[in-house]
Design a protein around this ligand. Structure first.
Ligand SMILES: [Zn+2]
Length: 452
């Protein structure tokens, strides 16, 4: 296909009431020659362009800037693009059900919407990749982006094999990909982050670069497998704690903890009953994270060569509570028994991580720490009722693994969770969809959609 030559935008050529919008190849206004009427016309010219070319508005503040038509003297306006790109996700929230060896993955599907605002646009390349990004918040070399960010391309779509001409209007490109179930979920921790990003780029034959990025929220939901019962003993006392916990808990919502303490009474001495009474309890949930920060090739020498990394670990509390009453004490059954059921929850403001163990080096897991403070008392003499503290007290400290995971089947769509992106906000109501003749090589385009 021959490369079109000349000026890309006829809008620029035709909508020019004055000479201020100079030759787009230099695109440098010449203010020194302006009269006051010309200046007024120049302002109108900007609005005129804005009306004619919606892409001017969403382009404000965007980073990409092909040097060709950059209006260097008006910093508020980014260069007008001949087209814009929007990624529409059509698949339900990306949730892996089950652990890394069980999950069959999650299907991503959607379409790319290319809206050509120029009368015609010829693209030489049009590609999108799905990137997995690990961000190390404690990089080996501070301020080195190559130490801090590792990108891995998971998949690439090539929408064109050859330069292809598109007319003004909307053009859609469906895409899909089955995310493999063994990859780690999106995780944002204090030591590091795992993100998934769709990164799309179209390059015109006139070197206009049209780009769009969209993050994907990938979640994992582990199914509950029934309550877990744990037993702890505290020699040399006869105290035995039995704790019942759910097999998984969630970042949001309460969960029940059931505790029973047996072996609280002791009749081994004649005419003396010794017994333990619960004075206080407290629970706390700790989040442990661990990451291995690798070095870029330039800074590998700092840590003794390639393939090595620095281990960072962090523990933080995700909530807890002191409990001073509410349990039932029964000294009369054999050995005595104290029962207590209460609710716990992760502090919502703590932005808990779900459990993750990633080959990239990021790991997160959770523990419930439970402390019961018991004090000893005794009743001496036959028929006596009054118990007297012996002065002996113990802290019964226990730790249990808690698995934090997303709720299966109740996941909130990630685009409901996130505020709309700038490019999601339309400049005007959407127009009616219309059909138009396809102008290009159909067989090439059909062959180049590897999204089956
Ligand atoms: Zn580095």
């Amino acid at each position: 296909m021959p490369m079109p030559t000349g000026i890309r935008s006829s809008a620029l050529k035709t909508s020019k009431p004055s000479q201020i919008t100079a030759d787009p190849t230099t695109d440098r206004p010449e203010p020194e020659r302006k009269t006051s009427t010309e200046r007024k016309a120049g302002v109108m010219d900007i609005f005129h362009h804005k009306e004619k070319r919606n892409s001017l508005v969403p382009n404000i503040g965007r980073s990409s800037s092909p040097a060709k038509s950059s209006p260097k003297n008006s910093p508020k306006l980014a260069p007008a693009k001949p087209a814009k790109l929007v990624i529409d996700i059509e698949s339900p929230p990306l949730v892996f059900h089950g652990n890394t060896s069980q999950s069959s993955g999650a299907l991503l599907s959607g379409q790319l919407l290319l809206t050509v605002t120029d009368p015609e646009l010829t693209l030489q390349t049009f590609e999108m990749c799905l990137m997995a990004r690990v961000t190390f918040k404690k990089p080996v070399q501070k301020d080195c982006p190559k130490c801090a960010i590792k990108d891995t391309e998971l998949f690439q779509w090539k929408f064109l094999t050859d330069s292809t001409k598109f007319k003004r209007g909307d053009h859609t490109f469906p895409f899909s990909y089955l995310l493999p179930g063994h990859i780690p979920a999106t995780s944002h921790g204090g030591l590091g982050e795992i993100d998934y990003i769709l990164d799309c780029k179209a390059l015109s034959t006139l070197s206009d670069s049209i780009t769009v990025q969209r993050p994907l929220n990938v979640q994992r939901a582990l199914q509950p497998t029934g309550d877990k019962v744990s037993i702890r003993v505290f020699p040399p006392t006869n105290l035995t704690a039995r704790i019942i916990l759910p097999s998984v808990i969630h970042p949001i919502g309460e969960f029940p903890i059931s505790m029973s303490l047996t072996g609280i009474t002791d009749h081994s001495l004649k005419n003396i009953e010794r017994r333990w009474r619960v004075r206080r309890m407290n629970w706390r949930i700790d989040e442990h994270t661990k990451i291995i920060s690798p070095a870029c090739s330039k800074h590998a020498a700092k840590i003794g060569g390639e393939g090595k990394g620095i281990l960072h670990e962090e523990v933080r509390s995700l909530g807890g509570e002191d409990l001073k009453s509410g349990w039932k004490t029964d000294f009369d059954t054999q050995g005595g028994q104290i029962d207590y059921e209460f609710s716990a929850a992760l502090k919502s403001s703590s932005r808990p991580l779900c459990d993750v163990a990633s080959p990239t080096g990021l790991e997160a897991w959770h523990n419930l720490v439970l402390e019961i403070i018991v004090a000893e008392e005794q009743i001496a003499g036959v028929g006596k009722k009054t118990a007297i503290p012996t002065g002996s007290a113990r802290v019964l400290r226990m730790q249990f693994k808690l698995v934090v995971t997303e709720r299966g089947g109740m996941g909130i769509s990630w685009d409901e969770e996130m505020p709309p992106m700038y490019e999601d906000v339309p400049g005007s109501p959407p127009g009616y969809t219309k059909m138009e003749d396809f102008d290009g090589d159909l067989s090439d385009v059909e062959l180049e959609r590897p999204n089956r």
